[in-house]
Design a protein around this ligand. Sequence first.
Ligand code: UDP
Length: 467
Amino acid sequence: GKFPTTIVTNTPVTQTHQPFACARTKIPTRQAIALISEHGDPAAEIGKDAAGGQNVYVRQVGEALAKLGWQVDMFTRKSSPYDATIVQHTPHCRTIRLIAGPETYIPRDELFQYMPEFVDALQKFQQKEGTNYPLAHTNYWMSGWVGLELKRRQNIQLIHTYHSLGAVKYQSVSDIPAIAQTRLEVEKQLLEQAHSIVATSPQEKADLENLVSRIGSIDIIPCGTDVSTFRPISKADARKQLGIGAKEKVVLYVGRFDKRKGIETLVRATGELRSKLEQGAEIDPQNLKLLIVGGSDPQEADGAERRRIEEIVTELDLHANTEFVGMVGHDRLALYYTAADVCVIPSHYEPFGLVAIEAMACGTPVVASAVGGLKFTVISEETGLLVPPHDVSKFAHAIGRILTDEVWARKMRKQASTRVHQNFSWTGVAIQLSDLYRYLLAQSLVGSGLKPVASSPAALVSKLIAS
Ligand code: UDP
């Protein structure tokens, strides 16, 4: 790996610094670290409205880091009085819900005003526990702001993951919220001031450098997926369990109902594909099935987007070909991925896109928009196809190619799962993060007098050994 894995535990330095597994203490103490995710509650049910990739990321990374020896405290905002204040995930990994603003769901664009309260609550929690986290990994810009505040008040190593970047996002949406300017400023401060930015793909790194600032230290560590949950199983079995016939051609969407996800493009592409099938003889158009998996609440924005999509289904007379499955938990999602012939991710913008690696891990080829992290995870012609976003005809054509070429599709199924198992397991991701944390903690002990060394872990290691 890029960072030294053993140096911190082996040098005298750690003895003054509460090492995570100090040989001299009777009870091994673990280094406590904070993962902060103000709106993506790691203990929340996944797949509903605001609960998406960020929740999954924080929880999986947190639990995997605990397995690697850290005490992981994950902080989020308490958004319901019925939610427990502390959720213990594993013996050394817990979610702590802080009171910051009313204990109800608050849309992201209205959340920033409660962040000072979040910082105070976090500091109070530290006082109560008698700890000071030496390291915080923040997620999304508002948590990042919390991290910057903590950094001003205490000695803390700040690592930040954006999950979504205002500078990119606002290029593709028409209604720019009032908070946009603040967000862009905070995102720039984070890049310039955090000890490390974790970009999840080379594309995100390039976006940061081109659109946000040239100053900053960026490491690329991808998102991961649970490869024991998402693994290739028998397609015939999966179809049997879901009541899908062998002849059906299944096109799958998994994700939130959000305009940015481009579900409209997929529905229209399905319509175009069906018209094409009606002219040829290769596939019976009746066997074309679009499964849309994802939760929504009729009272919320995702409910409105679902209704909009349903109207397009009606407009195109696609009811017989379309099924709205609703929310499916990770325990059953592998069945859907495996049963599908192709998984489609038509997002206008996608910082990483966990669904792509989940589908590929199950051996399902992916047709995705050539945007953001999808350009990094999906290898066009090998694990699926990349298509320009919004382009209905190109999506229809790409989906059609995979549905009609079984030999090629079978080859891609293998390549897709191999790619994910080799590159995107949570354990692998957590090891890379863990190495980065240790490196930053070691660096903070050496002090700022050695700044130039910072860019070279190897040089830092020799320095530490020498001292
Ligand atoms: N998801 C789920 N059930 C659903 C819909 C989505 O478990 O019914 C999960 C999906 O498996 C993935 C996450 O929600 O892990 C979505 O992450 P992604 O990065 O694709 O999109 P985001 O929601 O972050 O925009």
